[in-house]
Write a protein that binds this ligand. Structure first.
Ligand code: PA5
Length: 441
């Protein structure tokens, strides 16, 4: 079985040396051992570590059968969730989907997303789209109390009940939440929804290979067995890929490269980068430390951010996601008049041009003081995407421990919520409401 690969050669020789990266090997091995032994900070959230190999046949079969029922009965399925309860499914579905599936009538059930923002127009426009069409809902919240998905769920649940009746609604709403706790668990029990559990020891950003990611991905028509098998490829292999990535990025960080840009040359990977940003941002950005995870879509953003990356402050490095082989073949035609001057590339595939743009950009950025690593994904298939997801998860655990933080908590995400609840006058926040109003007066 082919695997994703990593090459850090273009990260070496400038800001960091081979010896510096190699000197971090012991720390990387130790971090991995701490993960395996469960002796590090956040060790009650290590359920993801050997999750792929433990996904059972009965769980996969149940997810596939629920997905088949939703696909059979619904034109649209709205996946409601935010953060780790949204980004994994969105990333995988976008990476594997026809970019224009939404505009094509034969694409089967369409998975749409809600509860990942509080945009009123977004919500209204989505409601307008599904009005009069059969739709189902997958509501995902580990805590079962997150405001954004709770608002969206209240709205779309009401709409579905009014449109199709309570019986259809209760059979076509699936809740994915904690086994026992939270408002969503109580509601699901009361309404008799089908449910799946987010294990206690798996944090949101590490949950893509649980029903959180697997159910929406299956509803979108993708092979979740292959996705999980890809993750198992890496889980059961050695740690070389993870060590290389974790050692190189920590060496670069120590050398003043504070920002890592995840680069793709394939627009289908835009949301993979969004998932990666949550994974690394929430895991490492704490205790006044942590690489800032950013992302760009090339060549699109070469025409906007390209200038900054080539010439701006030298605090960045890049990790390039390079897709080996596209699924389609498009050849640039010969043109007799050649008024656009493109005949020199006539007969070449579009991807050959893209690959030269990729190589040319990497070389230019190294020359401009931007080191880079390349992660090669042989093709955009479930198997390789599964490998990539688990690779990033494990490398994140190793890298976070090397940095000296607890990669599995996210204390910083509460601050805005406290202010928002105070401003909205949520019961229990009376003192905070008084204080914030005084601050604003
Ligand atoms: O990684 C995290 O823990 C967060 O981003 C959560 O995934 C996000 O806040 C959603 O939480 P919940 O699933 O409890 O609604």
């Amino acid at each position: 079985m082919k695997k994703i690969m990593i090459d850090n050669a273009a990260a070496l020789g400038g800001s960091i040396t081979v010896a510096e990266v190699n000197s971090l090997r012991d720390a990387a091995v130790k971090a991995s051992q701490v993960l395996e032994d469960g002796t590090g900070a956040g060790n009650d959230f290590l359920g993801w570590l050997h999750l792929p190999g433990a996904v059972s046949e009965s769980e996969l079969a149940s997810l596939e059968s629920t997905a088949a029922r939703l696909r059979e009965d619904c034109e649209y399925v709205i996946a409601i969730g935010i953060g780790g309860s949204y980004l994994g499914a969105k990333a995988v579905i976008d990476a594997l989907s026809d970019t224009f599936a939404a505009y094509k009538s034969n694409g089967g059930t369409k998975v749409l997303f809600a509860g990942n923002n509080i945009g009123e127009d977004y919500t209204a426009e989505l409601a307008d789209l599904v009005k009069g069409h059969r739709f189902g809902i997958i509501v995902i919240s580990k805590s079962g109390t997150t405001t954004e998905p709770a608002i969206a769920f209240r709205l779309f649940k009401n709409m579905l009940e009014q449109q199709e009746g309570k019986d259809f609604a209760s059979k076509h709403i699936v809740a994915i939440t904690d086994a026992k706790r939270g408002a969503l668990r109580s509601l699901a029990t009361q309404e008799g929804y089908d449910t799946y559990v987010i294990p206690d020891n798996v944090g949101g950003r590490f949950s893509v290979l649980t029903p959180v990611g697997l159910l929406p991905i299956a509803v979108a028509g993708f092979n979740i067995r292959e996705l999980v098998a890809g993750a198992v490829d890496i889980e059961q292999g050695d740690n070389e890929l993870m060590y290389t990535y974790a050692q190189t990025r920590n060496a670069l960080y120590s050398a003043g490269k504070k920002i890592e840009i995840l680069v793709n040359f394939c627009p289908k990977l835009h949301n993979l980068a969004e998932w990666w940003k949550q994974l690394y941002g929430e895991s490492e950005g704490k205790d006044s430390k942590g690489i800032f995870p950013a992302s760009v879509d090339f060549t699109t953003d070469l025409h906007s951010m390209g200038q900054w990356i080539q010439d701006g402050e030298r605090t960045i490095f890049e990790t390039v996601l390079s897709v080996g082989e596209p699924a389609a073949t498009v050849v640039i035609p010969h043109d007799e008049a050649d008024l656009d001057g493109l005949n020199y590339i006539a007969g070449k595939r579009v991807d050959q041009v893209n690959k030269m743009a990729e190589l040319g950009t990497r070389l230019a950025h190294v020359d401009g003081g931007v080191p880079n690593m390349v992660i090669t994904i042989p093709a955009l298939t479930e198997r390789y995407i599964g490998q990539l997801l688990y690779f990033f998860e494990k490398a994140c655990g190793i890298s976070g421990y090397m940095l000296g933080v607890n990669p599995f908590n996210q204390p910083g995400v509460e601050a805005y919520k406290k202010n928002m609840f105070a401003l909205l006058g949520k019961p229990g926040y009376e003192e905070a409401t008084r204080a914030i109003n005084e601050r604003l007066s």
